[in-house]
Design a protein around this ligand. Structure first.
Ligand SMILES: Nc1ncnc2c1ncn2[C@@H]1O[C@H](COP(=O)(O)OP(=O)(O)OP(=O)(O)O)[C@@H](O)[C@H]1O
Ligand SMILES: [Mg+2]
Length: 250
């Protein structure tokens, strides 16, 4: 197994006028190829900060981060440009990296079709629903064909039905193209249904409370939707629920 991203005792503090905030405390984990890690933890504990460090938008205060491969990051807020239409927003990353060619453009159009946005390519972000904007942001990230996807609450603005569909779809893309991902979520079911491992975080300053291996007896029939009816699902749910609600007693 190849390591694509390793955090080794990584800590992060922010220094502002009002003082120092310790956000991450000695975080260690490894993301391997072909693996999906879900990160779950209370609001404000430092989940987005982990992705910001992984993508080198921020620097750690101490510890070591090792990387191998191209990283694609879908932010918690969609960060679409208001003055660019859907298609131009999606093309942006390829324009910046000067890799916009016919093949990439065809790939973008196939993604736009797949995600049901073909009639909206010329629309501007303020003409779209929250869920559609999230899909645009996701396509923009996928268009760069990254080895590692960092997805920060990628499905939170989607309604339940669309979320299940998109979750299955993104899972399929990640697995069939042999990519790896770290998915940040608030939703225990979502974490279990996509992840090979779930990292449960404590309150800020955030430490890793537990890393849980998720395995289903589904072999290559695993999809996020299929896991929800699997017998192991409820056990994993209870374990994570207990960890997340054990904060006060620590
Ligand atoms: N650039 C920054 N400067 C100062 N403080 C910051 C900065 N970025 C994040 N923080 C602080 O770090 C803490 C963790 O923030 P972060 O966004 O990582 O949490 P989160 O777990 O993603 O929260 P949420 O679940 O609400 O998305 C918060 O207290 C936040 O105020
Ligand atoms: Mg966040």
């Amino acid at each position: 197994m190849k390591s694509l991203l390793t955090f080794n005792n990584v800590s992060k503090s922010f220094f502002t006028e009002t003082g120092k905030t310790d956000v991450l405390s000695k975080i260690s984990f490894t993301l391997h190829d072909d693996e999906i890690i879900a990160v779950i933890g209370p609001s404000g504990c430092g989940k987005s900060t982990i992705l910001n460090l992984a993508s080198a938008l921020e620097n750690q205060t101490s510890g070591e981060i090792k990387k191998d491969g191209k990283i694609g990051y879908m932010f918690q807020r969609d960060n679409l440009f208001m003055w660019r239409n859907v298609l131009d927003n999606i093309k942006l990353g390829l324009e910046i990296s000067k890799t916009l060619n016919k093949e990439n453009l065809d790939y973008i159009h196939s993604l736009i079709n797949k995600y049901g946005l073909q009639d909206f390519a010329k629309y501007y972000p303020n003409e779209l629903s929250g869920g559609m904007r999230q899909r645009v942001a996701l396509i923009r990230t996928l268009a760069l064909k990254p080895d590692v996807l960092l997805l920060d609450e990628p499905f939170s603005a989607l309604d339940y039905q669309t979320r299940l569909f998109v979750l299955d779809d993104v899972y399929k893309i990640i697995k069939s193209e042999g990519k790896s991902a770290i998915i940040v979520t608030h939703d225990i079911s979502e974490a279990i249904s996509v992840a090979d491992r779930v990292i449960v975080l404590s309150n800020r300053p955030c430490k890793i409370k537990k890393i849980l291996d998720i395995k289903f007896d589904l072999e290559n029939k695993r999809t996020p939707t299929a896991t929800r009816n699997a017998k192991e699902f409820q056990q994993y749910f209870d374990l994570i629920y207990k960890e997340l609600n054990a904060y006060e007693t620590d």
